[in-house]
Design a binder for this molecule. Structure first.
Ligand SMILES: *[C@@H]1O[C@H](CO)[C@@H](O)[C@H](O)[C@H]1NC(C)=O
Ligand SMILES: *[C@@H]1O[C@H](CO)[C@@H](O)[C@H](O)[C@H]1NC(C)=O
Ligand SMILES: *[C@@H]1O[C@H](CO)[C@@H](O)[C@H](O)[C@H]1NC(C)=O
Ligand SMILES: *[C@@H]1O[C@H](CO)[C@@H](O)[C@H](O)[C@H]1NC(C)=O
Length: 521
């Protein structure tokens, strides 16, 4: 009896270790909509495999080059269930069809694709080149190592896949610590592996101003930590182009009027001098809205931002404005009196309205933190409101009732660490989970996770970001009905191992191992 029990336990543990209950969809992250798999298995080998397309797109060409390397030079996952069926003769071709030559990236870009794997080859059909890229990612994830060696792929009778949300972002903060260019580019690669499409670049803030403005070079010369901790125009172009080649939009955030301490050194008179006992005390507050010089400066700076960052949206910030310094400054007091303002919220409103007018003239659309909406400012109807505070359900309800597009970030602050598998909390947060009508729900365009930089630099950026951000990636891509945490966990463990094989230093999810462990960058 004891022996039998032992044997039974042994068999059960074998089952867990070798996972013979694993299915083809265990290989995929994020879960596609409506995947349908057949029973055939095909060999895949680099010697006789080609991508075949009639598209002349150089974007597609470079994506195919990248995926050829990923498929044949990164170790593929070991997939035990692939041992059940003898593989058929090799799959030799992936046909890629792209219907549209439109290669613009915006909130309407079609990222859907259809993927099929069968005896006559595999095929991806997409409207845009970006849809084809998402399909290539899925295709690459389906290729695995059989127990007897060699690469294989299981039959796919059809995956019709498309994102649930158009705005699937990650915020990086390069002011509180500098994050080197190599890390940012590697992060963009990792984003693609979970089908993210927006880099929200919180590029400057109180601690440092690393963006090298060509109009105002002193901002970085005097506001960066030092001259090594700077993103040159060349660096910024590199990030934008690298992202675009992967179907990722770069939305920069130049947050004002608060969070601007680092701007002051390179732009005298921009910040409000604070007072104590009737004297300036040497400290500075938010941007000073009452000086003409402020508006000449902001006009030129935002013109430059418009030129440098091609996306049709920029993030204007607008969060956490402290009134203390404004309240103590006699010039501002006098100006308030002249204007008939008694409430400093009015001064903030004056600032934001002027800024918005200025940006409207540039024909740019904007994302703003929720305070701008809460304060009732006259924003354009295509503004995207970024909800970040607790009580987000009420806020999303109010924002969408007012007819504005909305994104959620409250649930996904990856910098807040805790012991255990906190990815499950990220995974379980659904941005449409508030009491809205269908019309309101349709204004939820997505969300983004955040990795605020107080305790993050290039040493721990990757491992703190990944694979926990993957949970957000699946929430924003996969259908609303994909909510099974246990199923997700199996796939997330695989995705984490995949990230390691692709050079992403992703931290563990929970007790587990990878066939190919991390051997260093
Ligand atoms: C691509 O496929 C078409 C149709 O099967 C074939 O005629 C063509 O030779 C292929 N091109 C390449 C480069 O394999
Ligand atoms: C600031 O600009 C306003 C409006 O253009 C103008 O009336 C005013 O004289 C200017 N103030 C100074 C100090 O230049
Ligand atoms: C502003 O943007 C709209 C829509 O993108 C475009 O049709 C229009 O030509 C643009 N105007 C200017 C002055 O750039
Ligand atoms: C939605 O409304 C119902 C009934 O009024 C309430 O019980 C529920 O808590 C609300 N849900 C949210 C997320 O606000």
């Amino acid at each position: 009896m004891a022996l039998f029990l032992l044997f039974f336990l042994f068999a059960v543990s074998l089952r867990l270790v070798f996972g013979d209950s694993s299915t083809t969809s265990d290989l995929l992250w994020p879960q596609p909509s409506q995947p349908k798999f057949g029973t055939e298995v095909y060999e895949v080998d680099s010697g006789n495999f080609v991508f075949n397309t009639t598209s002349a797109s150089t974007l597609l060409k470079s994506a195919m080059d990248r995926y050829y390397v990923i498929i044949f030079q990164s170790p593929a996952p070991f997939f035990p269930s692939g041992g059940a069926t003898q593989p058929k003769g090799p799959l030799t071709t992936l046909y890629i069809t792209v219907h549209s030559t439109d290669e613009s990236l915006n909130l309407n870009t079609d990222e859907s694709y259809y993927l099929n794997v069968g005896g006559n080859g595999a095929s991806i059909t997409a409207t845009t080149v970006f849809g084809a890229m998402r399909g290539l990612e899925t295709f690459s994830q389906l290729i695995y190592h059989r127990p007897d060696g060699g690469l294989a792929i299981n039959e796919v009778t059809g995956i019709y896949d498309k994102p649930r949300f158009q705005y699937r972002g990650i915020l990086i903060d390069t002011s509180r610590h500098f994050v080197n260019l190599h890390t940012i580019l590697t992060h963009l690669d990792a984003m693609v592996y979970s089908k993210f499409n927006i880099l929200h670049w919180h590029i400057v803030d109180d601690p440092s101003f690393p963006y090298e403005s060509y109009t105002f070079p002193d901002l970085a010369a005097k506001g960066a930590f030092d001259h090594e901790h700077i993103y040159t125009q060349e660096d910024v172009k590199t990030v934008i182009n690298y992202a675009y080649e992967r179907g990722i939009r770069v939305i920069p955030e130049f947050d004002t009027p608060g969070h601007t301490q680092s701007w002051g050194a390179g732009q005298p008179d921009l910040l409000t001098p604070c007072y104590a006992n009737g004297q300036p005390n040497g400290e500075y507050g938010p941007v000073n809205p009452i000086l003409n010089s402020t508006w000449t400066f902001l006009t030129s700076l935002y013109q430059e931002i418009d030129n440098v960052f091609p996306d049709n949206y920029i993030h204007l910030g607008g969060d956490e404005v402290s009134f203390t310094c404004w309240q103590g400054n006699p010039d501002i007091q006098a100006w308030m009196k002249k204007m008939g303002y008694t409430d400093y919220a009015k001064l903030e409103e004056y600032y934001e309205n002027n800024l918005i007018d200025l940006v409207n003239k540039l024909n740019k659309s904007y994302v703003v933190w929720q305070e701008i909406f809460d304060n009732g400012l006259k924003i354009k109807m295509d503004t995207v409101i970024d909800v970040w505070k607790t009580g987000w359900e009420k806020e999303m309800d109010a924002v969408t009732k007012a007819g504005y597009k909305v994104i959620l970030s409250t649930c996904w602050y990856l910098n807040r660490i805790s012991y255990g598998e906190d990815w499950k909390d990220y995974y379980s947060c659904d941005p449409q989970n508030f009491n809205g009508t269908d019309d309101q729900n349709s204004l939820v365009v997505g969300g983004h996770s955040c990795l605020w930089g107080e305790l993050i630099d290039s040493t721990n950026f990757m491992s703190r970001m990944w694979p926990r951000a993957c949970a957000v990636g699946e929430r924003l891509w996969s259908p609303k009905t994909v909510t099974d945490v246990n199923d997700a966990r199996t796939r997330l463990l695989n995705q984490r191992c995949r990230l390691l094989t692709r050079g992403i230093q992703a931290e563990p999810v929970g007790p587990s191992y990878c066939n190919d462990e991390w051997h260093g960058p």
